[in-house]
Design a protein around this ligand. Structure first.
Ligand code: ZN
Length: 338
């Protein structure tokens, strides 16, 4: 499928082309040697930056290191079309050069192994965004599919160190109480890289109004995600995506909304550790086992631009939603590190 298959007006296509388009989270197969050529779909769809997951709470440190080594080597070998982005300037330059800018994110903090010094190592290897808990509770705080708990004393130290090092703090898979505490103590913008609105679709992964308000107060951005079971009843239509965008924009302003597609380039490509049980991380009763799961695809993004124009958003607001809002949050964190 190409971008031309979608019903997009020349005006929307032109606005999309000139805008900086940011995907705050998508997933390549989590294994060394994975074919990253799949990223070409993002580049062809006019996306300028993507944060790629390199590990979740259940992935061993060795796997995460080998995945990062492999992804870094692939990016270094493909400098014509791709760039590892470590600063906001790297992202701007990649767009100007027609390249897709890529950096890494971690979904959890078990990979710190209780050691704050690991944060700097991950940052130095290209991680620019980190969740503190992935669905389940851990040594740092609470996950969204577990008993409600707040930040632990170590978790508070982790938040301060992430601020100091200049990474984006992400609460997408974090429990409600933990996320509210993170947003209260973080000195810098906190984001939800991929989440939808709980009021529009009841799901433990979706966020409540007080989380939306606190995120905006921190100067952060909510990346509406493309997962059909979070958007609605296994619904990946652009119309539904934009309903979530409208909700956030009407509540806290268009400056606090963006996109994090959570697009999976190749299903079934991940490597799991011995003894891994899906039900531990994606508990039954949360629609994860819905047959024929439908999710947004990268080629759909110009249709979002078309829909935002039709809804009367200004070109400046659309530019913000497509990418400048997340870029602003990145500038406030990545480029202020010590
Ligand atoms: Zn995720």
């Amino acid at each position: 499928m190409t971008a031309e298959d979608w019903k997009v007006s020349p005006q929307a296509r032109e606005l999309h082309r000139k805008s900086l388009v940011w995907d705050a989270h998508s997933c390549l197969p989590l294994r060394a040697g994975a074919d990253m050529q799949a990223l070409e779909r993002h580049r062809a769809a006019g996306i300028d930056y993507v944060s790629i997951n390199v590990g979740m709470d259940f992935n061993p440190v060795e796997q995460i290191m080998r995945v990062m080594a492999s992804f870094r080597a692939w990016l270094a070998a493909h400098p014509k079309d791709y760039a590892l982005a470590l600063t906001v300037e790297d992202v701007r330059k990649a767009k100007a050069d027609g390249k897709l800018a890529v950096s890494f994110d971690l979904e959890g903090s078990d990979m710190l192994r209780g050691d704050l010094a690991m944060l700097r190592l991950y940052r130095d290897l290209g991680v620019r965004q980190i969740h503190l808990a992935y669905n389940r509770n851990n040594s740092v705080g609470g996950g969204c599919h577990d008993a409600e708990t707040g930040l632990t004393p170590f978790g508070r130290e982790v938040v301060a160190e992430i601020n100091r090092l200049g990474m984006l703090m992400d609460c997408s898979h974090t429990g409600h109480k933990t996320s509210m505490e993170i947003m209260e103590i973080s000195r810098l913008p906190v984001i939800f890289s991929h989440a939808c609105v709980r009021t529009l679709k009841q799901h433990a992964r979706n966020i409540r109004d007080d989380q939306i308000d606190a995120c905006a107060r921190s100067g952060g951005v909510i990346g509406v995600t493309g997962i059909g079971i979070f958007l609605g009843q296994n619904d990946n239509s652009s119309e539904t995506v934009l309903r979530h965008v409208d909700y956030v924009a009407e509540r806290v302003g268009a400056k606090h909304v963006g996109f994090g597609l959570d697009f999976v380039f190749q299903r079934g490509g991940d490597e799991y550790p011995p003894g891994f049980k899906r039900a531990d991380w994606w508990p039954p009763g949360n629609e994860y086992d819905t047959p024929n799961r439908r999710n947004v695809v990268p080629e759909q993004m110009p249709e979002f631009t078309e829909g935002l124009l039709k809804r009367g958003y200004s070109e400046a607001d659309i530019g913000g939603i497509l990418g400048e809002n997340f870029l602003r949050a990145a500038a406030a964190t990545w480029d202020r590190r010590s």
